[in-house]
Design a protein around this ligand. Sequence first.
Ligand SMILES: Cc1cc2nc3c(=O)[nH]c(=O)nc-3n(C[C@H](O)[C@H](O)[C@H](O)COP(=O)(O)O)c2cc1C
Length: 358
Amino acid sequence: MVHLFSPFTIKDITLRNRIGVAPMCQYSAEDGTPNDWHMVHLGSRAVGGAGLIIAEASAVVPEGRISPEDLGMYKDEHVQAFKRINQFIKEQGSVPGIQLAHAGRKASTYAPWKQPDLGVNVPDEDGGWNIVGPSALGFSEAFRTPKELTVGEIKEIQEAFRQATIRSLDAGFEWMEFHAAHGYLAHSFYSPLSNTRTDEYGGSFENRIRFVIETVRIMRKEWPENLPFTIRISSTDWQEGGWTIEDSIELSKRLKNEGVDLVDCSSGGNTPNPSIDVGPGYQVEFAERIRREAGVATAAVGLITEGMQADDHVRNGRADIILLAREMLRDPYWPLRAAQATHQTDHLTIPPQYERGW
Ligand SMILES: Cc1cc2nc3c(=O)[nH]c(=O)nc-3n(C[C@H](O)[C@H](O)[C@H](O)COP(=O)(O)O)c2cc1C
């Protein structure tokens, strides 16, 4: 039976187990360039035994950063810096993944610990910038109002995704994740709550998903066929009149036809106060339904903290892989502990330097 420590193969890439580190912004870069912090953050979780390490949301243009300290993939200089980290991750037996992103109407915000009392948005005088979105609808009162993108500007952003995809390959990444969740640009196009356009990018379901489908098509062409191409979506807006799980299932079917190998099933993020029924594994049902009803591999994420819990989801076919975020911050060695908890210690390679500790 397939379990948490069974290898997982997509195309030419095999993860040593079904455990991945979810992308997590570190707000620690200068002009998008990864540094020693990112090496230690990502590298230590590779040492800790995860099969997959997905680097945080990395912007395809500077204006697409969530905060001024986000990682980027918009300059050739970024490639060299990522290369060193990815080399280390691979040496530890993990697969390095990247999450390419554009923050859209949620860009230009402060890193959580730098936020002054005045609000979330970074003003121009503090290094902020004007933001863009499908429509001129601000995320909330605290945010700037985005400029509605012209079709020409949409194409420019898609070109930036293309170039960032090529750079990601040069940097040695082996797993691509297109960030289309959490209210950032791609999600804000497909959700009716943030897209009131009347051209071919707004209105009907078909039009609202156009940005995502086109961008995937452009990126997939540059990303080698033999490497996993994945996408993170918000499976529901948790909001009346918003995007639904049924929409996500339909979108996932289309994405599969575009060569998407796995859908990472998150939720929310497009409205300030959604009504979310938060609890253990609260998003797993989305991964399960999309996997079953769209026939595509999925990742489950969100409040999965125990080895037995993660193992149960994999064994019962609710998801192909399990991603963890906050629990990995608390314990980079979570996979080792999960192997003990699930009686699978034979499946783990503990670095020889650490063997005496286990
Ligand atoms: C510090 C931090 C940074 C995050 N940054 C990102 C990000 O860059 N991209 C993304 O898609 N999700 C991001 N998330 C969301 C996580 O990937 C994950 O989906 C969420 O935290 C739920 O999983 P958990 O309950 O295991 O923490 C972040 C979460 C945290 C805690």
